[in-house]
Write a protein of this length. Structure first.
Length: 135
């Protein structure tokens, strides 16, 4: 069992035909992951991942700018490749795809027809790589 966190920095949101940013989106989540090792050296195998967190939308350059948050829940399947560099220090890479439990829609009420500027995709991909410590 592995636990960790995901932080996706704020990304600017733009509407069709407008150059200025209408706001930003940011995701912070905690995750738990369970992997089965099929090949020992290097470690390779499938993983099951669950995320819980918060998607934050912050408006700007609008008459009625506001900040809203929505809960984020994701279940994902993936594969992990891991090399032990030193005792307890690993270089790992994981590629996963998952489905959010809800598709979040963000629209701007100051624009004609409450224009949608973001909708969570039905399938979300993850690629993570880096140094990991094992205790």
């Amino acid at each position: 069992l592995e636990v960790g966190g995901t932080y996706l920095p704020a990304q600017q949101v733009h509407a069709t035909g407008r150059t200025e940013s209408l706001g930003s989106l940011q995701l912070m989540a905690a995750h738990a992951r369970v992997c089965q090792v099929l090949i020992a050296v290097p470690e390779l195998g499938p993983c099951l991942r669950a995320e819980v967190g918060q998607l934050r939308a912050q408006g700007e350059n609008l008459a009625n700018s506001a900040t809203r948050t929505s809960p984020w829940f994701l279940g994902a399947l993936g594969a992990r490749l891991s090399f032990e560099l030193w005792r307890g220090v690993f270089w790992e890479s994981e590629l996963a795809a998952g489905m959010p439990l809800q598709r979040i829609r963000i629209a701007v009420h100051d624009l004609p027809d409450d224009e949608e500027v973001h909708r969570t995709r039905a399938v979300v991909g993850r690629f993570e790589t880096g140094l990991f410590l094992s205790f």
